[in-house]
Structures are given as C-alpha cells and as structure tokens.
Ligand binder design. Structure first.
Ligand SMILES: Nc1ncnc2c1ncn2[C@@H]1O[C@H](COP(=O)(O)OP(=O)(O)OP(=O)(O)O)[C@@H](O)[C@H]1O
Ligand code: SF4
Ligand SMILES: [Mg+2]
Length: 277
C-alpha cells in the first residue's frame, strides 16, 4: 500500500514484466524471470494476470463482454469454440453475472459489474497469481465490500495468490497475509499483516495507522493521531537520503546523507529507517 503516486501500479506492472525493470530481480515460484525473453515468458503470462485499477478505462468499449473475457483464451489458443463459450459462461456465473451478459457491451454495466467483468477476464486462463491493482477504489463504498468478499471467495476456491494494491491500510487489513508499505517509489516497511498493524516500526507506517478510524469511541479517545506535515516531494526528483525525511519528526543528520537500507529486523519484518540501523 502507499499514497497516490508512490509507484504501486508501476511496481505491480513491473512484477508482471509489463514494464522492464531498471534494477532488482523478479523471482516467481523460485525462478528468476527478470531476463526471460517474450517467448519464454509466454508460459508465465498465463499464470500471472492483472485486475486493473479503473474498470471504466480497462474494458474495450467496442468488444462484447464475451470477447473481452475470451481474448486471452484465444491468445493462448487454449480451447475450441464450444469450450470457450462454456468457459465464458462459467466465469460470468462465478463473478455473479450471467450467461446472457456475454453478448452485451461494457457501457451497459455499472462500475461494480465492470470490475466483475475485469475479474472474470483475469480468471479466464486459470492463473495462479493475480495483481489486483486497487480493484475497488473506483467503486462506491457499498459495492467495495461485495467485490472484496468475492475476491476472497475466489482465492479460497481457486487457490489464488494476490498482490493486492491499495492506498490505505484499513483496506488491506483483512485480505492480506503480508503487507508492504511504499513511499515515493521505495518500499519502507514489510511484515506479516498482524505484526505490521500491532508493531509498526517506520514513522510513516505509524502515521498511516494512527489515521485509521476506530469504531469504539473509548478506545479512539486515548489514541493520538499523528499528522503528517510538509509537502510530498516529487518522485521524479526525490530528496537525497531518506525520502521521508522532510516529513519525519525523528529525522537526524544521517537521514539527509544516506538512504536507509531495507533490513530484516527479525521474523521477516523489514524496515528502511536509520532509527533501526
Ligand atoms: N520506482 C520508480 N522508478 C521510476 N519511476 C517511478 C517509480 N515509481 C513510480 N514512478 C513514477 O511515478 C508515477 C506514479 O506511479 P504509479 O502510477 O505507479 O503510482 P500509484 O502508486 O499507482 O498511484 P495511484 O494510487 O494514483 O494509482 C509514474 O509516472 C511512474 O513512472
Ligand atoms: S530514516 Fe530518518 S527521516 Fe527516514 S524515516 Fe527514519 S528517522 Fe525518519
Ligand atoms: Mg496506481
């Protein structure tokens, strides 16, 4: 998770090799896929899919819903015509739509329904891993829970792994096993979900967590909300040293000089901050 513009979509797309990374490596199921050529990558393309951030922009308005869902089946030449149609109907049913929707066009659907179509498209070729790029942030609050619940059900039924991108921590709490927090293009903290919510180490994560509303007024009263001050620097020209420095109340001289390393503090709880080095 991370604020708008911090590089979440860029990171998710790079993991899928839709963007070429300028550094680092992508390890999928124990294999380094960073330098695979497009041909060798085809095998992984089928296993790795994406649900896009904006259900309005991500569905081709000139294609029927059936063709949108069936497109990747065609690309991978997986099925004959009859099997393809059966699969499309099966998927529409799976995401809470029905077979007759296959011949309609995206503009005939609401935002929530369009995102269901996007999910059906991602599931079409039986992937193992799906990058869910803020799949609910463009939807009405009342629809958000429905879509998250559906994603959770599908995960359980189909044994899927998600990289679930969100811009606030409350949204990812229930769906995540592990949470990574990004700031200005860099990961600043990563830990098992419960650990991150109960023992946040990075000053940025602490500020984000303090901003989550607590429904219980007694509990909420005793808690201090940390207000972040200062402008977010431009990701094109980040400040030297720690990128969070201009907004951090613990900043010390070394923070301006040296970028903190992303370090394991034990139990796979990683943090990049000079307070812990
Ligand atoms: N690590 C990086 N290296 C180079 N450019 C980056 C990096 N991270 C982000 N950017 C640039 O920052 C801009 C915003 O990135 P991106 O769209 O990935 O943000 P986001 O977190 O998905 O934002 P939103 O929440 O608004 O969707 C892009 O123009 C991208 O090219
Ligand atoms: S490295 Fe320094 S500026 Fe950055 S978060 Fe830690 S204390 Fe704050
Ligand atoms: Mg994005």
């Amino acid at each position: 998770m991370g604020e708008s513009g911090c590089g979440k979509t860029t990171c998710g797309r790079t993991v899928l090799k839709l963007y070429e990374p300028t550094g680092g490596s992508i390890i999928y199921d124990g294999k380094d896929i960073t330098k695979l050529n497009p041909n060798a990558m085809l095998h992984y393309r089928r296993k790795m899919q994406i649900i896009f951030q904006d259900p309005y922009a991500s569905l081709d308005a000139r294609m029927t819903v059936g063709d949108i869902i069936g497109e990747s089946i065609d690309i991978h030449k997986l099925m004959n015509k009859k099997e393809r149609l059966e699969r499309i109907h099966y998927l529409l049913d799976k995401v809470g739509l029905n077979a007759e929707h296959a011949s309609r066009y995206p503009h005939e659907f609401s935002g929530g329904q369009r995102q269901r179509i996007g999910i059906a498209r991602a599931l079409a070729v039986q992937p193992e891993f799906i990058v869910c790029d803020e799949p609910i942030s463009a939807l009405d609050v009342s629809i958000q829970a429905q879509v998250v619940n559906m994603l959770e059900d599908l995960q359980e039924q189909l044994g899927l792994t998600y990289l679930f991108i969100a811009h606030d921590l409350s949204m990812v709490k229930h769906i995540s096993n592990r949470v990574g927090v990004m700031y200005l293009g860099k990961m600043v903290e990563m830990a098992e979900s419960n650990e991150l919510y109960t023992k946040p180490l990075h000053p940025y994560t602490q500020a984000l967590l303090s901003a989550i509303p607590i429904p219980d007024p007694d509990e909420s009263e005793g808690r201090k909300r940390i207000l972040l001050e200062g402008e977010i620097p431009s990701p094109i020209d980040p400040p030297p040293g720690c990128r969070f420095r201009v907004r951090c109340k613990y900043a010390k001289p070394i923070c301006a000089e040296k970028q903190p390393e992303f370090k394991d503090m034990g139990g796979e709880h990683y943090v990049a901050c000079h307070l812990f080095s």
